[in-house]
Design a protein around this ligand. Structure first.
Ligand SMILES: [Zn+2]
Length: 437
């Protein structure tokens, strides 16, 4: 006896998510990736078993996305895109308590890279669809089911590739749901759900410092490493001012109401902190962030290199990309070159309308009494690419989580894991929403 649940006792959602975690689809960025072929073939086979025509698209060797359409009964209704990505960020196994690609089940949780970002939702999409189609039912509107490659590097070889080269796949679609929203948080001891109604912009830049190559023992004031280090420290320490958008204004108002505090005396950061571990998501949605994430310079202890480079992950509020880049240039000064490696827009959509009503109504049926609040995601998703086709994207991958869980730290974090019963909850909520919207 191992004390572990046997496979027969596990929900299919956990089994599928576990299978997907065991495909190491690490995306290292800058074009380096293990690729998504195995995961794409797996989800395509599943969709085919459900009677759907799963189309595979390879943007570059090994970079495979999968799309299938479920025909609705009422073709007059616009289609809904339900999308996930099959790539994951890399994991450093030494830091983990389990093999990040082992798909281990322990303590009522499924562990592994992708358990929350976002092989959980990929699996929920498949089982929720199965619940509908295998019961002989069909949703009213068309569903465009998409599993994208390359989301973790901005979707260039996944969602962006598909909306540019095959926009017909998304014909008739006006709305989309996907990751990083729909999960529960704990406020004053009670559950509430965050629905993602917007995303910050994303600008990935490289700072390049140039100097004079020389022997490491020389007097050298034109040292690229020193110049770069000064610039990186300034960028990393920059405190960007709080600016509220429609979404964060509405969220903070709701938080103040639920927590019964006066928003005029309690500041935005303080209100965000009252959300516990979710404050990691919410505080970052109140301002721009410019985090240094990588450094490259030098090749020998006693050689001064002529260049030094740093990567900065900039997440600006929607529409502020150019202003932030201009300010960044002032911060680092004229000696440092700023190379924009990748940039993408921010999004903000209203917390109202039939889809929002359907989502809040569905959550009410499955978790009565828990309020649903809008929030602005500090990261980005494939909704950015879909927005270029006029599709409004929401983050809704429903999970009912235990209060002690620090969910925000699971994203790209060490020991990423998801409760097994949250996957079952997500499957039920999603199949209810997809069937009845
Ligand atoms: Zn993700």
């Amino acid at each position: 006896m191992t004390g572990l649940p046997s496979d027969e006792l596990l929900d299919d959602t956990a089994l599928i998510a576990r299978d997907l975690i065991r495909f190491d689809t690490s995306n290292f960025g800058e074009g380096r990736s293990n690729g998504e072929t195995d995961a794409a073939e797996y989800v395509a086979a599943h969709l085919t078993r459900l009677g759907l025509d799963a189309q595979m698209f390879e943007s570059e060797p090994g970079r495979v996305s999968v799309v299938a359409r479920v025909e609705g009964t009422d073709r007059s209704k616009p289609a809904l895109v339900v999308h996930g990505h099959t790539d994951v960020v890399p994991a450093q196994p030494d830091n983990w308590s389990v093999d990040p690609f082992g798909g281990e089940i322990r303590d009522g949780m499924l562990w592994g890279r992708g358990a929350v970002d976002m092989k959980n939702m990929d699996a929920m999409m498949l089982t929720a669809l199965g619940d509908i189609l295998e019961a002989g039912k069909r949703p009213a509107r068309d569903l465009v089911i998409a599993f994208f490659a390359d989301e973790e590097a901005g979707g260039v070889l996944g969602s962006h590739y598909l909306v540019e080269t095959h926009p017909e796949l998304f014909a008739g679609a006006t709305e989309a749901i996907s990751e990083v929203g729909g999960y529960s948080i704990t406020l004053n001891g009670s559950r509430a759900y965050l629905l993602q109604t917007g995303e910050k912009s994303l600008v990935w830049v490289k700072l390049v410092a140039r100097g004079t190559a020389a022997h490491g023992s020389h007097v050298m004031r034109d040292n690229a490493v020193t110049k770069l280090a000064e610039a990186v420290a300034k960028v990393g320490r920059r405190e960007w001012p709080i600016r509220l958008t429609d979404t964060t204004t509405e969220l903070l108002g709701e938080l103040a109401r639920i927590l019964d505090v006066d928003p005029l005396t309690v500041g935005p950061d303080e209100l965000a902190l009252a959300t516990g571990s979710a404050s990691r998501f919410i505080q970052a949605s109140l301002r721009t962030t410019t985090n240094p994430t990588a450094l490259t310079a030098g090749y020998k202890h006693n050689v001064i290199p002529d260049t030094a480079e740093a990567l900065i992950d900039i997440r600006s509020l929607p529409g502020e990309e150019d202003a932030v880049l201009a300010e960044l240039a002032e911060i680092v000064g004229p000696d440092i070159e700023i190379v924009v490696m990748h940039r993408d827009i921010g999004l903000e959509t209203e917390f109202a309308g039939p889809l929002v009503d359907a989502i809040t109504g569905t959550l009410k049926r499955h978790d009565p009494g828990a309020p649903v609040l809008p929030y602005l995601l500090s990261g980005g998703t494939d909704n950015k690419a879909l927005s270029t086709l006029g599709i409004k994207g929401y983050g809704f991958a429903p999970l009912k989580l235990p209060p002690e869980m620090d969910f925000a730290s699971m994203f790209h974090g060490v020991d990423e894991r998801v409760p097994l019963d949250a996957l079952v909850f997500g499957r039920r909520v999603l199949s209810d929403l997809l069937l009845n919207y």
